[in-house]
Design a protein around this ligand. Structure first.
Ligand SMILES: Nc1ncnc2c1ncn2[C@@H]1O[C@H](COP(=O)(O)OP(=O)(O)OP(=O)(O)O)[C@@H](O)[C@H]1O
Length: 604
């Protein structure tokens, strides 16, 4: 459960966003307040009318005048309510949009570690539902809460002016209402928070199952997914019911007590009027004023609930906004004097944030020469992907350092570093955009030549045959591509950025053997000048490399050429043999390996 902050501490955090629209909010508030004052004036007209006209010999013309005055006041009240809306709707939507944009910007900025920890639905519900609610609260709830409070204070003052005895009865009813509202606040805050968090979890479930629809269908798990969803939806329903119950009980209290006061006030009022201590006009005006005051009090349950939900929405928003991006540029970034692409790991150690005591990578020392291609090989879970992601600083070393041309990655401007280091992952993400925009995402030169060359190296010529060629929309909202096609677009994206250092996490795994061969042939040419670190899951990818580094339980166990390691390192032989696919150009070496293993067995 998240830490509860005091109500006004949370609300005050809106100030920087709300500051530019304060004048309009104040105007909206004044309109709403004036409308309430107008409503409170109508009983006074009634009082004058009854006291002056309904007496024997009273002026009958006054009835018409009073009727016109009441009509004008009624129109003024309606006009002021409409004006309030005009003043606040536009600025409230502006604040909502600005907060949404700054949340999105911050999410872009936050580290991969942050995104590892947060469910996408929790972020989605913060960006959409919470901010939508906050807008409605700013435009209506907040203003009405202030106006209601002021109306009640002014109304009670007017009631005191008319009859202090009757006003005391109403004030007595306000005391238990106040006491109960404190209790309501504590209880409602808890369920409001729970309901918003549960709605976020539900959104995560929807998101995951939509993404994983093929897996769920293929494994016949749609029913289980539905049951799981149903369970979560039911939990949310129970929380919503509990929320509604709290609100209903509060509404009952705030409706019942003023009614009780009204009943007892009527008895006392009639007695006061009978004894001549109160005029009939004042008696009628008093109860008409009490009715004007009671209406917003009855509303207060809803307004308080809105305020508490808005407070929770603010807390949830700032939980994300307060998360700090720890991977930032230094105040004075450095650059290598000459960028040749020498990549060095110096005793680099890395642990994920959720398991700081269990480093995944330990004391990594590795030097990759400018223009060299180094393959990274290791059994599954040995830390290859983690190591690769340290180079563009998607994750940060927890100890030691990594340098490019002698400059620590942490001394680079982050954006500059990511121009120097290009990446392609096995699990490709394409955006709902054209092939062109996907490929040229990180390219400095967004030219036709750059696009053509990148598509050619990645053997992604299929892009020209798509319905609208390279302008065809792909990604989640566009045309579906095969796994191999997606990988080639992602590879083209990494190449088009023309980085000095390229890190590739098994980028050819989904390609058929023939296409892989073609891509490798072209890649070899391109990689000649680019320092490349490539995670290899296939012997054919290993063949691309000048040297190979073997990762074993998070440590570099050996570095050498493929032939050297094959000859001298049993673990390497084991890893290569378990890579699954018979290597095309390594066949002979593998059969030698088998013979060697056999003879070792015999010698033992
Ligand atoms: N975000 C994370 N938080 C905590 N632990 C993680 C995270 N991502 C990966 N790990 C763990 O770190 C270890 C190394 O993972 P990594 O993905 O780097 O292995 P790998 O060698 O690339 O494996 P594979 O060959 O299967 O892709 C694994 O034990 C994995 O469970």
């Amino acid at each position: 459960m998240a830490k509860q902050t005091p109500f006004f501490t949370s609300i005050s955090r809106l100030y920087p966003h709300v500051r530019p629209i304060i004048p309009r909010l104040v105007m909206g508030l004044l309109c709403a307040l004036l409308a309430s004052i107008v409503a409170l004036t109508i009983p006074q007209v009634l009082r004058v009318l009854i006291n002056d006209s309904l007496q024997p010999g009273g002026a009958t013309d006054a009835v018409w005048i009073a009727a016109v005055v009441i009509l004008v006041l009624g129109i003024a009240e309606a006009g002021l309510v409409a004006l309030r809306r005009q003043f606040v709707i536009n600025p409230a939507t502006t604040v909502e949009t600005r907060m949404r944009v700054s949340l999105y910007g911050h999410l872009q900025d936050l580290t991969v570690s942050f995104h590892d920890r947060w469910g996408s639905g929790q972020l989605l519900s913060r960006a959409m539902t919470d901010l939508n609610f906050l807008r409605r609260w700013m435009a209506f709830g907040a203003i009405m809460l202030v106006v209601t409070t002021l109306t009640v204070i002014i109304g009670i003052a007017v009631m005191f002016a008319m009859s202090w005895q009757l006003a005391l009865i109403f004030l007595a009813a306000a005391v238990p209402i106040m006491a109960y509202s404190f209790r309501f606040r504590t209880r409602f805050s808890k369920v409001a928070r729970l309901s918003q968090d549960q709605a976020g979890d539900l959104a995560t479930t929807v998101e995951e199952s939509v993404h994983g629809i093929r897996v769920l269908k293929a494994f016949g798990r749609s029913r289980e997914a539905l049951e799981n969803f149903n369970g979560q939806a039911e939990e949310l329903r129970q929380t919503e019911i509990s929320k509604a119950r709290h609100q209903a009980t509060f509404s009952m209290v705030v409706t019942l007590l003023p009614e009780l006061a009204l009943g007892s006030g009527l008895v006392v009022g009639v007695m006061l009027a009978a004894s001549g201590q109160l005029s009939i006009g004042s008696l009628v005006a008093f109860f008409a004023t009490a009715a004007v005051v009671a209406a917003p009090v009855e509303f207060s349950g809803m307004l308080l609930a809105m305020a508490l939900t808005a407070k929770t929405a603010i807390d949830r928003h700032f939980e994300v906004m307060d998360s700090v991006n720890t991977i930032t540029s230094p105040p004075e970034p450095r650059k290598p004097t000459q960028l040749s692409g020498a990549l060095s790991f110096n005793s680099a150690t890395f642990a994920f944030e959720d398991a700081p005591d269990k480093p995944i990578l330990k004391d990594i020392n590795l030097d990759i020469r400018p223009g060299e291609t180094m393959a990274l090989v290791g059994i599954t879970g040995s830390g290859k992907s983690a190591l690769i992601q340290l180079v563009p600083r998607l994750y940060e070393v927890t100890d030691g350092s990594i340098t490019v041309d002698g400059v620590d990655l942490r001394d680079f401007d982050v954006e500059e570093l990511r121009r120097v280091v290009g990446v392609a992952f096995e699990d490709t993400t394409l955006f709902s955009n054209s092939v062109r925009d996907n490929v040229l995402l990180g390219a400095e030169e967004r030219t036709e030549e750059a696009l053509e060359e990148a598509l050619d190296v990645a053997q992604a010529h299929f892009a020209y045959s798509l319905p609208e060629g390279v302008d065809t929309l792909i990604g989640e909202e566009g045309l579906s591509l095969s796994g191999g096609q997606r990988q080639r677009i992602a590879l083209a994206r990494a190449i088009a950025a023309r980085p000095r250092v390229l890190v590739l996490d098994d980028p050819l795994s989904a390609l058929d053997v023939h296409t892989e061969e073609l891509v490798e042939a072209r890649l070899r040419e391109v990689l000649r000048d680019t320092t490349t670190l490539i995670v290899a899951h296939r012997p054919s990818t290993v063949a691309l490399a000048d040297r190979v580094a073997l990762l074993e339980e998070g440590r570099i166990a050996a570095v050498g050429t493929h032939t050297e390691l094959l000859a001298g390192n049993p673990h390497y032989r084991y890893v290569i043999a378990s890579l699954g696919q018979e290597p095309r150009d390594l066949d002979s070496e593998l059969s030698e390996l088998e013979q060697e293993a056999d003879s070792e067995e015999v010698n033992r």
